[in-house]
Design a protein. Structure first.
Length: 107
C-alpha cells in the first residue's frame, strides 16, 4: 500500500493508506477526511479537492493538464505554485509518503 499525508490548516495531520492507481481525493473521501469536498466526484470539474503539494514532492508529480490548470484559477483559496487537484494525483509506489496541505476552505 501507498500512504499519503494530509495536513490540515490547524497543522493536524492524517496519514491515509491508498491503493495503487487510486487518486489522493478518492483516498480522502473513502476515509471521510474533512477538507476535501470533491463535489464532482473526481471528474475535474469543480476544484473542491484543491490541495497544496509539499515542495519536496512537486518534481515527482506528472505535468498538470490544461483542464486542471484552468480549474485551479477558480479555487476558493489562493492558487499557489504548489496547487493541484487531488483528484488528478494518482497514487503510485513512487509517491509513497506524499504530503498534501489542505487549504482553509474549498468553497
Amino acid at each position: 500500500m501507498t500512504a499519503v499525508t494530509f495536513i490540515h490548516p490547524n497543522r493536524r495531520s492524517d496519514r491515509l493508506e491508498t491503493g495503487d492507481g487510486e487518486s489522493a481525493m478518492q483516498a480522502a473521501t473513502r476515509h471521510g477526511l474533512d477538507g476535501i469536498l470533491a463535489e464532482c466526484g473526481g471528474n475535474a470539474m469543480c476544484a473542491t479537492c484543491h490541495v497544496y503539494v509539499d515542495d519536496d514532492w512537486l518534481a515527482r508529480l506528472p505535468a498538470m493538464g490544461d483542464q486542471e490548470d484552468a480549474l485551479l484559477d477558480g479555487t476558493a483559496c489562493d492558487r499557489l505554485p504548489s496547487s493541484y487537484l487531488s483528484c488528478q494525483i494518482r497514487m503510485t509506489p513512487e509517491l509513497d509518503g506524499l504530503v498534501l496541505r489542505l487549504p482553509e476552505r474549498q468553497v
